[in-house]
Design a protein around this ligand. Structure first.
Ligand SMILES: O=C(CO)[C@@H](O)[C@H](O)COP(=O)(O)O
Ligand SMILES: [Fe+2]
Length: 229
């Protein structure tokens, strides 16, 4: 995985057809997705349940590019190795998920995978300064985690701008997750984000049988973001 600040679109398969994940992953990549974003929820850290490591391992052969695994689980440390074994390229843990985020990021790096740090909307960026040498990606949640299709929280745009200033030119991705659309993508791209997760805005209007809308949605979000950079 070579580092680049170019805009990357990462569809969240939380909005895919749950009976058809393999075909959905192939369809979004064929339609121009850069990364595939997999939302792991435990019914405890967030009020929803999704994919275990076996599910991730099952879809891995259907993803040619980057599998971006967003762990919304607590505790997180006991499961890092399992998601690494399942074939994740990026493993992101929440700052809020436990008392030892430095150890968690170290454990992710020890698996040889890229380490991501996610921040809930109510969390500030102060802790990030002490973790810059431990992270490959910082995920700014622009909704409260747990569900797709929520409304973008606009107060997070300033947070992204401050985060970009703290990161400077270090090879750390800023990922935005939640409520990304053609309207909100330019705001976060202009503030310094480079990875845009989008679930409902990518999958709307399409299906495995008719995937062309996925491509049109991805191109529209990318064009809106790139025009703002
Ligand atoms: O992590 C999460 C939600 O907790 C996200 O990845 C959502 O799945 C994004 O969905 P949209 O807001 O784009 O519909
Ligand atoms: Fe996510």
């Amino acid at each position: 995985m070579e580092f680049s600040r170019a805009i990357k679109i990462a569809p969240s398969i939380l909005s895919a057809d749950f009976a058809n994940f393999g075909a959905e992953c192939r369809a979004i990549e064929d339609q121009g997705a850069d990364w595939v974003h997999v939302d792991v929820m435990d019914g405890h850290f967030v009020p929803n349940l999704t994919f275990g490591p076996a599910m991730c391992a099952a879809i891995r052969p259907h993803i040619r590019g980057v599998m971006d695994v967003h762990l919304m689980i607590a505790p997180v440390d006991p499961y890092i190795e399992a998601y690494a074994q399942a074939g994740a390229d990026v493993i992101t843990a929440h700052l809020e998920a436990g008392p030892h985020i430095h150890r968690t990021l170290q454990a992710i790096r020890n698996t040889g995978k890229k380490a991501g740090l996610a921040l809930n909307p109510g969390t500030g960026i102060d802790a990030v300064a002490h973790l810059l040498d431990m992270v490959d990606l910082i995920c700014v949640m622009t909704v409260n985690p747990g569900f797709g299709g929520q409304k973008f929280i606009h107060s997070q745009v300033d947070k992204v701008r401050s985060l970009r200033a703290v990161i400077g030119d270090r090879p750390i991705h800023i990922e935005i997750d939640g409520g990304v659309t053609v309207e909100t993508a330019p705001l976060v791209a202009a503030a310094g984000a480079d990875v845009l997760v989008a679930g409902s805005a990518v999958f709307k209007g399409g299906s495995v049988a008719d995937p062309a809308p996925y491509g049109a949605n991805i191109r529209a979000i990318r064009a809106a973001a790139e025009a703002a950079v």
